[in-house]
Design a protein around this ligand. Structure first.
Ligand SMILES: NC(=O)c1ccc[n+]([C@@H]2O[C@H](COP(=O)([O-])OP(=O)(O)OC[C@H]3O[C@@H](n4cnc5c(N)ncnc54)[C@H](O)[C@@H]3O)[C@@H](O)[C@H]2O)c1
Length: 477
């Protein structure tokens, strides 16, 4: 730890050290009460696991109807993401019926009752590509406004934030509004969430937690609390900014490697090389870690996380150029998909305005009901600007509207009229034998564009063109 860091994090501790034994007993006996603010995709499963471990847990959110649905076990029809998280519905019912978990919009009551407050609200990026901390700052102000009522509590930030957020914004804001002092009256830790939608319960039970707190004792308490909940390895790091760096770096590592693949995939096509074949060869070497090309990165994390690091870089006059460039390469990928469509249209000699296109899969990744920052939207915008007529289907949104778009009930509409199928998301349904058999019945089908390279050419119907990302256009004979 650097000199100024030691003074910041440790000096005040000696004035009024946290009572380690009391907290340890609270963890050991599960008598601590826990409040989670923001019980969405991440906060809800986290709350349920805490309740399942035996702690009285309060889930706090701002949406009244949503909170009611959760208290009814998910509601009918169930909340959007509940069904694509295996085990979530069962755990929700269990912890509601045994009284360990309840959801509420009553912020003041439950924050006052809690010993540990976990913040799990969204931290997206703005249109200016900087972190949007409006929601987390609002939550911190609300906590701070409770003043003496938040004395002796530990606040844990699980939301994704930049390395410097806790030190530069979170702590000063909470101290200012509450009139209380960090490491004397309350404690702060970061434990950034590392789970993946679609696997959240499984990830929570297997991925180690990274804990970085405002002092060593707080770190020990937070670490032992998480250990009792998830029974995973707990890695304690020096401070919140190191913990938040871990979260960002692991995602940015993927962003950079995906960009590398997207770039080399484009070059490979031009050289008449199938990049998937190249990857198959390269990954046979022990130190090659394959990342796959695709239509662009989506979801709440990968497209946004680089900007958290880039923004902190500004503060110290440093631009992480590789990260910036990788992000730009991935952002250009939807436009590359449009180029592939035009390449195919030229080949089959059909004008885009007279060629209905079936787009399959709108989620940002396979087998989740989630379209946050999905690359399908820029692709659709592009195609519509060229006058394309598009019909959409996604099994996770069958017969629903999503972001103002109508989604068909099933893929059967393709059968007679659609010369082009664009498979945007590699959902399992589009890999099934039933779907492969169906393709053979599509009499007018002339071309498949496979944005996630889920098909082997041999498995597709003969007499059509196939284009993958990084795979040269091929007529299937
Ligand atoms: N979804 C993921 O894959 C994922 C993975 C890792 C980390 N994260 C991070 O976790 C955090 C939460 O993301 P999420 O995907 O769960 O978001 P989400 O949108 O699914 O859920 C957030 C919840 O917070 C509630 N909320 C918003 N403002 C509030 C306020 N002032 N008080 C109380 N509740 C409020 C919303 O109503 C919503 O229910 C973000 O920082 C995100 O970057 C997300």
């Amino acid at each position: 730890m650097k000199e100024e860091e030691i003074s910041y994090y440790e000096k005040k501790v000696s004035e009024n050290p946290i009572n380690l034994d009391d907290w340890k007993a609270g963890v050991h006996n599960k008598t601590l009460k826990i409040a989670i603010i923001g019980i969405g995709r991440i906060g809800l499963p986290t709350s349920l696991m805490i309740a399942k471990a035996g702690y009285i847990t309060f889930g706090i959110d701002i949406k009244q109807d949503y909170v009611e649905k959760i208290n009814q076990g998910g509601g009918d029809p169930p909340i959007k993401f509940i069904l694509d998280e295996p085990n979530l519905p069962e755990i929700l019912k269990e912890v509601i019926s045994n009284g360990k978990f309840s959801a509420s919009t009553d912020f003041v009551k439950y924050i006052s009752l809690a010993n540990i407050i976990i913040i799990c609200v969204p931290t997206p990026i703005t249109s200016q590509k900087v972190p949007d901390y409006s929601k987390i700052n609002e939550v911190i102000k609300n906590i701070g406004s409770l003043k003496e009522l938040i004395k002796d509590k530990i606040v844990i930030i699980e939301s994704t934030v930049s390395p410097l957020y806790v030190k530069n914004i979170g702590i000063p804001l909470l101290e200012k509004i509450s009139g209380l002092e960090i490491n004397k009256d309350f404690w702060i830790a970061s434990c950034p969430e590392r789970a993946d939608p679609g696997n959240i319960i499984k990830n929570l039970k297997s991925i180690p937690r990274i804990v970085g707190a405002c002092n060593e004792n707080a770190s020990k308490i937070v670490a032992s609390f998480y250990k009792t909940v998830f029974d995973v390895n707990i890695i304690q790091v020096s401070n919140p900014r190191t913990a938040n760096s871990v979260k960002l770096i692991e995602n940015i590592f993927r962003v950079v490697n995906i960009a590398f693949s997207n770039e080399i995939a484009q070059l490979s096509r031009l050289l008449d090389i199938d990049y998937m074949e190249v990857l198959k060869g390269a990954k046979s070497k022990y130190n090659f870690l394959p990342h796959y090309p695709g239509p662009g990165v989506g979801g709440p994390c990968l497209p946004a996380n680089p900007y958290f690091l880039i923004t902190d870089g500004y503060l110290v006059s440093f631009t992480p150029n590789l990260v910036r460039l990788a992000t730009e390469i991935n952002q250009r990928q939807p436009a590359h998909i449009t180029e592939l469509i035009f390449e195919g249209l030229n080949k089959i000699k059909l004008p885009i305005s007279e060629t209905p296109i079936a787009v399959l899969g709108i989620s940002y990744k396979p087998d989740v009901k989630d379209t946050q920052m999905s690359s399908v939207f820029p692709i659709l915008n592009d195609l519509r600007q060229y006058g394309a007529s598009i019909t959409l289907y996604d099994p996770y949104f069958a017969n629903e509207e999503e972001q103002g778009l109508k989604i068909e009930l099933n893929y059967k509409f393709i059968k007679n009229n659609y010369p082009i199928i664009l498979v945007h998301t590699g959902h399992n349904e589009f890999r099934s034998q039933e779907f492969m058999d169906f393709l053979k019945e599509c009499k007018n089908l002339k071309m498949i564009i496979d944005c996630q390279n889920i098909y082997e050419k041999e498995d597709l119907p003969k007499g059509i063109y196939y284009i993958g990302v990084g795979r040269p256009l091929k007529y299937l004979e």
